[in-house]
Design a protein around this ligand. Structure first.
Ligand code: PFF
Length: 510
């Protein structure tokens, strides 16, 4: 079976694919805004600490479990743990749920590329698109959103059907360098706009976002921890099976620690670059229109599809060209992440087929997975971010918690909100307490980790990661469900204690 299993063509190919999985809409949307909202540098420092002490640790662990078992999440976790085998299911269902909205957002990018291209051919400065109008019209046209969602899904499907090295690796080898160059072009344009420095200050000067009136008040440190933790996990594609699956195609000779450092560093660099490309442009445009800082949309879909579109429309003749470059860049980021999620789900069945001696089922399995994704995605596309209908409107609920706002939030809640932090917490408890950290360190030893790293890993996986994950879990539940914050902290700590007891009891039996 192993002989027929896919593998990467080279370590560089793996790195670009893993960076491609990490670099996505999370970097371009989530990071810049969350950084500004959470106090600029404070957020950055918390983010970096979390990336080193938690993200890196989970990244190494996932790569090690994947490479050790050479299996996709469900069977990999079954092989390594009796008590926590079901983490594999979390790590397969969560990618499915994410794909139900990621494909819709990918479809929006396709529509915006098309829109900017039509303006390109007119070449007339006076007919720039109005971002707000274009976005509203798009959301309230479910048919178009469904069609473009299907188109985006087909693009991803064709790449994943091409195989691990023939499809995914090839796409990222071209896509990632292209994305980098396009990002540089947008950064140069953005930083040369009037008042761009205000946007830089919003991001990098502690306290500036509040002082200049962009936001009312800065969140407390615990909230920043939850926000930065959630963002870091989503951005690094952790605890959702993707990194484990990519690791399962990696050769024994590759150094997992070094690879993890490179992936974390590259993802953070691109997130910062995306911030520098997006925020100063948005701020510059807002100020030039006489808006007060607090009126400028710097978050959520509105940032990418309203504010940024207005920035391009305001640039005159060259605007549509920058628009096309920008939305193609976002599209590449979305595709490179979506294919990792699709591969994670499909790999489960492909592995099962291989075990039965059936070698040629990838295309068919990926097709079935794509159709399953579309079942959820069509609903997300049709509800138009809650403009047309929403879980709350269908249930007839009037005071709406975030998770019932629209189907995107609903699916995001169960995946990013719950499965991700819970999965990471359970994985750390499994490795640190049910098993021993050697489960990972022995596998990493193929890349020969230093004694210092081993000590660092042991403390992080046993203590730091589980505790931080309880905070992240609480933060996510507060965000999605609202209500009394204390209750969510109590629930998270209780979950931590219960699972720790279960894990530690498992160790005695082993
Ligand atoms: N990392 C991607 C982003 O920042 O948009 C999203 C993602 C991809 C999350 C793959 C999880 C995953 F497994």
């Amino acid at each position: 079976m192993e002989n027929n299993r896919s593998s990467w063509g080279s370590n560089l190919g793996f790195l670009l694919a893993a960076i491609g999985s990490a670099v996505g809409l999370g970097n371009i949307w989530g990071f810049p805004y969350k950084m500004g909202k959470s106090g600029g540098f404070t957020f950055l420092i918390v983010y970096l600490l979390l990336a080193i002490f938690v993200g890196m640790i989970i990244m190494v662990s996932e790569l090690a479990v994947g490479r050790k078992t050479k299996l996709s999440p469900i069977d990999a976790y079954k092989q390594v743990s009796k008590k926590f085998a079901w983490i594999g299911w979390l790590a397969t269902i969560a990618p499915y749920l994410i794909m139900t909205f990621y494909t819709v957002l990918g479809g929006y990018c396709l529509q915006y590329i098309a829109l900017n291209m039509t303006k390109l051919s007119f070449g007339n400065a006076s007919v720039g698109l109005d971002g707000g109008g274009a976005f509203g019209a798009m959301l309230t046209t479910p048919f178009g959103c469904v069609v473009f969602t299907i188109l985006f899904t087909i693009i991803c499907m064709l790449i994943v059907q091409g195989g691990v090295s023939g499809g995914i690796e090839k796409f990222n080898k071209i896509g990632m360098p292209a994305l980098f160059v396009m990002l540089l072009i947008i950064i140069i344009r953005s930083l040369t706009l009037p008042n761009a420095s205000e946007g830089l200050k919003f991001m990098f000067v502690p306290g500036y976002a509040v002082k200049a009136g962009f936001i009312d008040s800065a969140p407390d440190l615990v909230t920043v921890l939850g926000t930065a933790g959630g963002q870091m996990f989503f951005s690094l594609s952790l605890a959702m099976g993707a990194i484990l699956t990519y690791g399962s195609y990696l050769g024994k000779e590759e150094n997992l620690v070094k690879n993890s450092v490179i992936i974390v560093a590259a993802d953070t660099l691109i997130a910062l670059m995306a911030g520098i490309a997006v925020i100063p442009a948005a701020v510059s445009y807002g100020l030039s229109q006489g808006m007060a800082p607090g009126e400028i949309t710097l978050r959520g879909p509105g940032l990418l599809f309203i504010t940024l579109q207005n920035v391009f429309s305001n640039m005159g003749k060259v605007g549509p060209l920058f628009g096309v470059i920008f939305y193609v860049l976002v599209l590449i980021a979305a595709i490179s992440s979506a294919i990792s999620l699709m591969e994670t789900i499909a790999a489960h069945w492909i592995d099962k087929d291989l075990a039965k001696g059936e070698n040629d089922t990838r295309s068919q399995r990926v097709l079935i997975v794509s159709l399953l994704i579309l079942v959820g995605a069509v609903i997300v596309a049709a509800d138009g971010l809650g403009e047309n209908f929403s879980p709350a409107s269908l249930l007839g609920i009037s005071t709406v918690p975030t998770f019932l706002d629209c189907f995107l939030d609903f699916f995001d809640c169960w995946s990013e909100g719950i499965a991700m932090p819970l999965g990471a917490m359970l994985m750390a408890l499994m490795i640190g307490w049910e098993k021993t950290p050697d489960l990972v360190l022995d596998e990493v030893a193929h890349g020969d980790p230093s004694e210092g790293f081993k000590k660092f890993y042991k403390v992080c996986i046993r203590i730091v990661v589980p505790i931080v994950m309880a905070f992240v879990l609480a933060g996510q539940m507060i965000d999605f469900f609202g209500g009394n914050q204390v209750i969510w902290y109590v629930v998270s700590v209780l979950a931590l204690v219960v699972f720790w007891v279960v894990a530690a009891a498992g160790k005695k039996e082993a």
